[in-house]
Design a protein around this ligand. Structure first.
Ligand code: FEO
Length: 162
């Protein structure tokens, strides 16, 4: 059984995963509207990955006998200055999610909630992979530069990734 504070924190994380899911769908829609189909498709895959995260959390909370609460989800941004800026925002968002997961892990350890501690290890690994992926994309963008032809080639390259 989860302690009240841990349940609240996990429900907060559930809300954040739902937000990430909405965020990547919104970003995907923006990319499609701007003529970046490769990025749009890649972000749809990212949204599906977030759906997996929120399902994992929801199932875990349910398995402990508690009620998952999603709550109010903030609307994601729908305007971005440029494609590189959008990917920069994703990287910073995922870094914030990693910090949040680390806080949960620390709390689980401090309260001797080893079941939740064990459950969260999957998220620790997942965040490591996600940060690596988004950083690689940012590095590619930096190498290619901001010219429209470079962004076209970058977008095409994402069509073959995922
Ligand atoms: Fe659910 Fe991208 O972290």
């Amino acid at each position: 059984m989860l302690e009240k504070n841990m349940l609240d924190q996990l429900n907060g994380q559930l809300n954040l995963e739902c937000y990430s899911y909405h965020l990547y769908w919104q970003m995907s829609a923006w990319c499609a509207a701007q003529g970046f189909p490769g990025s749009a498709g890649f972000l749809r895959l990212a949204a599906q990955s977030e759906q997996k995260h929120l399902e994992k959390l929801l199932n875990y909370i349910s398995d402990t006998g508690a009620l998952p609460l999603i709550g109010t989800i903030s609307a994601p941004p729908d305007e971005f200055p440029s494609l590189p800026d959008l990917f920069q925002q994703i990287y910073e968002h995922e870094q914030a999610i990693s910090d949040r997961i680390n806080t949960l892990v620390h709390q689980a350890l401090m309260t001797q909630d080893y079941t939740t501690f064990n459950f969260l290890q999957w998220f620790v690994s997942e965040q490591c992979q996600e940060e690596k992926q988004w950083k690689r994309i940012l590095d590619q963008l930096e190498w290619l530069g901001n010219e429209s032809k470079a962004l076209f080639l970058f977008d095409q390259s994402l069509q073959h990734t995922g």
